[in-house]
Ligand binder design. Structure first.
Ligand code: TYD
Length: 417
């Protein structure tokens, strides 16, 4: 692990480790929340090759630009060679990205002459939606296994990291998209400069990031993991864009996507600045600042305790509990809360790439929903809580038969029919 890089947003290179330097007037990047050593969230383990490798997870705050971030870096090859997240794994995301392509095609009046470059294109879900509307597309996806899925689906994809060297070989495009990728980027300033490089003069950069104000408000500390290097608030985000010569001109908010997602629109000119940007920045003001993060860091251990106790109470009553979904964030939730096989029989997940593996650290086996149906639990711990509505609707029969869900956030609660 390497650490102590400059602030990912503003470049400030002064770090301090001491809690005594929590005073906001101190101009440094300071540690705010220590989650201990945890396994890599997306690294599901194969039977027979259990490693139990864990890495420190500490959240920092930059007093200079207010960016919330991790400072300890796990080498990226360890994180992204075999990526098990598939955009197409949920109906919600398929529909979200179809509407995304529709809205952007209309907004920019895209034609067959225009091209879209999607950075972190995953299995090509978004680009396919643009292809259906006749737009030329190119995906960039460093994870070989998901890039191949996109290629097989007819989406041209470069299996490479997006950097200036690569960008110099690409033609300028009308639209660059990057969804749920910017939080993963180590060199954010370099990344944004690269985006600016490939963007045509009237181009638009559109991206989605989980909104840190939602993570804090919703208590969803399981969104914090090694792959998520940055937790975006609007102020530091707009500043980082500006330093790359891009202006945050518009915003949309999707409260049900990944627990609260911002879609940002950035262009080379600030001429068409939407009032929404100022409105949302004002709304965010006290929700993602130093004090909000400090309160959050004090709530997190208490919540973890509360969830574990609730599940142990159910076990004492003889209830059978399983996990619903095996998202990356489940690795964090289960390990941080110490919820292992003594509590969960298994986690059911629809992604074939995940089935047969186990959640690292806690070693909870991931099974298919078909297998889960042969041994249904009394309670499902909703690990994929961001798809709450989709899942509760889909599991109506389980609920009608007396099954229940434990929903971990914002505070652990039991949901029945
Ligand atoms: P997701 O929350 O999208 O991602 P992350 O890994 O970034 O936390 O992952 C949701 C997981 O839940 C994914 O592996 C698919 C699974 N899932 C189900 O098993 N059943 C469902 O009905 C839904 C909606 C998702």
């Amino acid at each position: 692990m390497s650490s102590w890089l400059p602030c990912r947003g503003c470049g400030l290179s002064e770090f301090s480790l001491g809690a005594s330097l929590w005073a906001p007037r101190h101009r440094a990047v300071v540690p705010m929340l220590n989650m201990g050593s945890l396994p890599l969230a997306n690294r599901l383990e194969n039977p027979g090759s259990i490693s139990d490798k864990a890495y420190p997870l500490v959240v920092y705050y930059c007093h200079n630009c207010a960016l919330i971030q991790l400072a300890d870096l796990v080498p990226r090859d360890e994180m992204f060679t075999e990526y098990v997240y598939l955009t197409s794994a949920s109906k919600t995301m398929m529909e979200h990205f179809d509407r995304y392509a529709e809205a952007l095609s209309n907004r920019l009046d895209l034609t067959t002459r225009d091209s879209v470059l999607d950075v972190g294109s995953n299995d090509g879900t978004l680009l396919k939606a643009f292809q259906r509307r006749g737009v030329r597309v190119l995906g960039i996806e460093p994870a070989q296994n998901v890039a191949s899925i996109a290629e097989q689906g007819g989406v041209p994809t470069l299996t490479e990291y997006f950097d200036l060297e690569l960008a110099k070989k690409l033609e300028k495009v009308r639209l660059v998209t990057a969804n749920n990728i910017m939080s993963h980027v180590g060199n954010l300033r370099g990344f944004l400069a690269t985006v600016a490089h490939v963007l045509g003069p009237d181009g638009l950069f559109v991206f989605e990031v989980p909104w840190v104000a939602d993570v804090i408000r919703n208590n969803s500390f399981d969104m914090i993991y090694h792959e998520h290097l940055t937790y975006f608030g609007l102020k530091p985000l707009a500043r980082a864009l500006r330093e790359a010569g891009l202006f945050l001109v518009d915003l949309e908010y999707y409260p049900t996507i990944h627990g609260g997602t911002l879609r940002g629109f950035a262009s080379r000119s600030s001429d068409e600045l939407s009032p929404v940007v100022r409105e949302m920045s004002t709304r965010e003001e006290k929700e993602a600042d130093f004090w909000a993060l400090k309160d959050f860091s004090e709530r997190v251990p208490k919540l973890a305790h509360q969830l574990r106790n609730m599940l142990l109470g159910l076990k004492k009553e003889g209830k059978r509990i399983a996990g619903y979904g095996a998202p990356a964030k489940a690795t964090i939730l289960l390990n941080y809360c110490n919820i292992g096989r003594n509590i969960l029989d298994y986690a059911s997940d629809t992604t074939p790439l995940k089935q047969g593996k186990s959640i690292p650290g806690v070693r909870v086996p991931v099974v298919s929903p078909q297998l889960a149906r042969t041994k249904p639990p009394d309670y499902y711990l909703l690990l994929a809580w961001n798809f709450r509505e989709e899942i509760l609707t889909k599991e109506k029969e389980f609920l009608d038969k007396g099954g229940r869900f434990v929903v971990p956030f914002p505070n652990p609660e039991v949901v029945d029919s």
